[in-house]
Design a protein around this ligand. Structure first.
Ligand code: HEM
Length: 254
């Protein structure tokens, strides 16, 4: 094994004079981890949006996702397990995606000129993917750390307080925009990459691809808008909590 890797590192070929299959495998893993995260994000947007039906509904959903319907009582450790799993997939996905980042000014220049000359919209989408992906490293990572450190106290009151008193409203908004753009483009690219479009003519194929693009964008933007409204609901709820507690403090101090 050691010798095989050494031969490949020097010649760029396996001892059988074949190209390594590892890059194809890494690509498969990048797509698979991306698909898991995209599926998770869709459920996540539905989950956070339950605040639109009121704090009690949100708290009920949290309890159920902590297994109350299975064990008769909420087990927050389930949130911990899911968060650790998602964090691992998130790190794996970011690590694999890094291979495709331009590694030097020259590579970035080549890409930039190529994008300009070809006027190829998918190449421009890749640029958005690169920028939002980079932002998600930090924003998504920070959010996951916050959730890991408070997995057993997820509630509407705590979420809303993080939005307002915790000063994270703008943070969540930027995270949402980056997440929706990255998820939508990612899922569209996944479909184009892995689904065979065996259409009779290139024109029919292009029409089918454009249809996929519209559908994926529609679903993500629709869910994203709902999540945005949810963000506003958290802000409003957080403000009303602050007003009520200020009232209590002034009442108590009288
Ligand atoms: C299993 C892992 C995760 C859990 C348990 C979780 C849980 C939560 C909770 C409880 C909130 C409400 C606000 C709060 O309490 O602070 C929230 C908000 C949010 N989360 Fe997560 N989250 C997870 C992973 C992620 C990931 C990976 C992303 C994107 C990269 C993400 C993006 C967001 C966004 C954008 C919001 C703001 C609300 C919205 O616009 O939907 N979350 N999350």
């Amino acid at each position: 094994m050691h010798h095989r890797a050494m031969i490949e590192s020097v010649t760029g070929r396996t001892p059988e004079r074949k190209k390594s299959r590892i890059p194809a495998k890494l690509d498969w893993w990048q797509s698979t981890t991306g698909a898991i995260l995209a599926g998770f994000i869709v459920f996540h947007m539905l989950f956070t949006s339950t605040i639109l039906m009121g704090p009690a509904v949100f708290d009920w959903v949290v309890k159920q996702s902590e297994g109350a319907f299975l064990f008769g009582e909420a087990m927050p450790v389930m949130t911990l397990v899911v968060t650790l799993f998602i964090f691992t997939v998130f790190i794996g996905h970011a690590f694999l995606a890094m291979r495709k980042f331009p590694a030097s000014y020259r590579q970035l220049l080549v890409f930039w000129q190529h994008r300009k000359m070809m006027k190829h919209s998918d190449t421009s989408l890749w640029m958005v993917q690169y920028i939002t992906g980079f932002a998600l490293f930090f924003l998504g990572g920070a959010h996951l750390i916050v959730i890991l450190s408070s997995y057993d106290s997820i509630s509407a009151v705590n979420a809303a307080t993080r939005f307002t008193a915790g000063g994270m409203g703008l943070f969540y908004l930027i995270l949402l925009v980056a997440m929706v753009s990255h998820g939508a483009i990612g899922v569209y690219r996944l479909v184009v990459k892995w689904v065979p479009f065996d259409h009779a003519t290139p024109k029919a194929r292009r029409a089918a691809v454009a249809q996929v693009k519209r559908t994926v964008l529609g679903v993500f933007v629709g869910l994203g808008l709902m999540a945005f409204l949810a963000d506003l609901a958290y802000m409003q709820y957080g403000k009303s909590l602050a007003k009520n507690s200020a009232h209590l403090i002034s009442f108590e101090s009288k």
